[in-house]
Write a protein that binds this ligand. Structure first.
Ligand code: NAD
Length: 260
């Protein structure tokens, strides 16, 4: 068990990638705080984990709301005795060409991806620093932290921004043994991506199959989607790493879509 008795606060973990990380981390002995906008789904996910013998609670949180973030982190820390791991993962996607993007949608995207990362980091660092047992902060970036695609201006902007935040937290957190890293997945077939396939087909005037083959997976080495399990494995690597040797990094897991 690589994460025995570590406490992990994972945003957006009632679905998709975050949920898979919660399942793997619970299997590795961590106590899990399922923090999600959808409180009902968070509770259901926590119940699923508990049914396997793990310790987990569901908390409702909008990561763009400072009071809600602080309250949910405090609730989780009180339940399990602190916070050792933050996975800032909650996210959404909105696609339009720049000239048609509403300012309101732009601000919503930056708020969820960047404000959410900042607020959860601030709330969790407080515990990690006070506890004096180190910690791991992991941001869910994307290949779009490194590369751009059509129609995704605020998503690409925010995902690039997370790398700057991680590098800063890595420098500031080092003396407390707190590491910060970014995972950069390629396309993973979660509800977030399922929603984009028909939207992109419509906007680009092509079929859904063409969106998958010629847009989403075009640059991969083998035409394969990355899986939630692939991403969870990388999260475990970062979360379980014992020293500051692995900090301030971003790791791309994308079937070779982006190589660095
Ligand atoms: P998902 O839609 O399956 O899950 C996202 C979760 O975030 C949902 O449970 C949702 O309720 C929650 N959420 C949304 N807004 C929230 C808010 N304001 N506060 C709290 N929770 C909120 O999506 P996913 O594909 O698992 O995406 C998770 C992360 O992975 C996102 O940051 C996304 O950008 C990133 N990502 C996804 C892919 C992909 O292809 N699916 C690729 C690269 C990166």
């Amino acid at each position: 068990m690589q994460l025995k008795d570590k406490v992990a606060y994972i945003t957006g973990s009632a679905s998709g990638i975050g949920k898979e990380i919660a399942i793997l981390f619970a299997r590795e002995g961590a106590k899990i705080i399922i923090a999600d906008l959808n409180k009902e789904a968070a509770d259901a996910t926590a119940a699923e984990l508990k049914a396997t013998g793990a310790q987990a609670i569901g908390v409702g949180v909008d990561v763009t709301n400072e009071d809600q973030v602080n309250a949910s982190v405090e609730e989780g820390a009180a339940a399990f005795g602190g916070i050792d791991i933050l996975i800032s993962n909650a996210g959404i996607q909105i696609v339009h060409p720049v000239e048609e993007f509403s300012f309101a949608d732009w601000k919503k995207m930056l708020a969820i991806h960047l404000d959410g990362a900042f607020l959860t980091t601030k709330a969790c660092l407080k515990h990690m620093y006070a506890q004096g047992r180190g910690g791991s902060v992991i941001y869910m970036g994307s290949v779009h932290s490194k590369e751009a695609s059509l129609l995704k201006a605020p998503y690409v902007t925010a995902k690039h921004g997370l790398i700057g935040l991680a590098k800063t937290v890595a420098k500031e957190g080092a003396k407390h043994g707190v590491r910060a890293n970014v995972i950069c997945p390629g396309f993973v077939r979660t509800p977030l991506v399922e929603k984009q396939i028909p939207e992109q087909a419509k906007t680009l005037g092509i079929t859904e199959q063409e969106v998958i083959k010629n847009v989403m997976l075009k640059e991969t080495v083998d035409g394969e989607f990355t899986t939630t399990e692939d991403v969870a494995r990388v999260a475990l690597l970062f979360a379980g790493f014992p020293t500051n040797a692995l900090t301030g990094q971003s790791l791309v897991v994308s079937h070779g879509w982006f190589m660095q």
